[in-house]
Ligand binder design. Structure first.
Ligand code: KIV
Length: 298
């Protein structure tokens, strides 16, 4: 028996090596079936803490817990066979100290089988990034708009639209690269600044609302599918999934109401034709519950 899987998942260094070679393709993913589809086209899948807003209806990512990231991270890792799976560390699980960050990141990696973690912050997180990388945890960094700091920033604001802001953001990007991050997300950032950072740091920049100058692009899957009710300006809708879902649910409700569903092909008959007409009363709920369940035929 071979110890090596037939197709190897991409790893953090594979993503770093794509800088200057070709654009890096990424999406967020929170669930196994969509991960399996996206896996065919993406270099990495990010189990973003945006799942708090997209899947759970929170207003921000602040309430997201490590347990939530683990549940969704496991699902995505089961669905994806080739793409690198990166799991976001939620607010409050890594900022306190490098050793707390290590304990929590290692827990998430063990529980989900992901290949890397992502955390928000530039210079302030550099020491932690170095600590994690030195101990075997690949880190994707995230600078520009950092949604976990929404309560300090005062809103989801585009970064770097005034030149006076540039130096600090550039310092953040340089610091995470020097600390050993294998890539960095640039979120909601003025295009000329994103271009300048991409040209000056040695690791790939992954843009979300940061222009085509970046080394790669990521979007929240539900936003680009046309499922999210409200999306930022930088999102292009590549599908109309909300409309498709609504059309399907409306048809279902109509068919159930008019008894057009289920039809004969959706129902189970009896194995012996005689049983169907024997007139035996259906078993009581109690008898059904105590019977050994039979495998359902398809
Ligand atoms: O949580 C998330 O989805 C993210 C992306 C916006 C990059 O961090």
């Amino acid at each position: 028996m071979s110890l090596h899987p037939v197709t190897r998942r991409l790893m953090a260094p594979d993503i770093s090596a794509l800088k200057g070679e070709r654009p890096i393709v990424a999406l967020t993913s929170y669930h196994a079936h969509t991960a399996a589809i996206a896996d065919k086209y993406c270099d990495f899948l990010l189990v973003g803490d945006s799942l708090g807003m997209v899947m759970h209806g929170f207003e921000t990512t602040v309430p997201v817990t490590m347990d939530m990231m683990i549940v969704h991270g496991r699902a995505v890792a089961r669905g994806a066979k080739r793409a690198l799976v990166v799991v976001d560390m939620p607010f409050g699980t890594y900022e306190e100290s490098p050793s707390v960050a290590f304990r929590n990141c290692a827990h998430v990696m063990k529980q989900t089988d992901c290949g890397a973690v992502k955390l928000e912050g530039g210079r302030r997180m550099a020491e932690t990034i170095r600590y994690l990388v030195d101990r075997g945890i690949p880190v994707m960094a995230h600078v520009g708009l950092t949604p976990q700091s929404i309560n300090v920033l005062g809103g989801f604001k585009t970064q770097g639209r005034n030149r006076a802001e540039w130096a600090a953001i550039e310092d953040d990007a340089r610091a995470v690269a020097e600390a050993g991050a294998f890539a960095v997300v640039l979120e909601a950032m003025a295009a000329p600044l994103a271009a300048r950072i991409t040209q000056t740091i040695p690791i790939p920049t992954i843009g979300i609302g940061a222009s085509s100058a970046c080394d790669g692009q990521i979007l929240v899957m539900e936003d680009m599918l046309g499922l999210s009710p409200k999306v930022p300006k930088f999102v292009k809708k590549f599908g109309a999934v909300a409309t498709a879902i609504e059309d399907a649910i409306k048809s279902y409700a109509e068919d159930v109401s008019s008894r057009q569903f289920p039809e004969e092909q959706h129902a189970y008959g009896m194995k012996e034709p005689d049983d169907a007409t024997s007139g035996v009363a259906p078993a009581s709920r109690e008898t059904q519950a105590t019977k050994k369940p039979k495998k359902l035929s398809t």
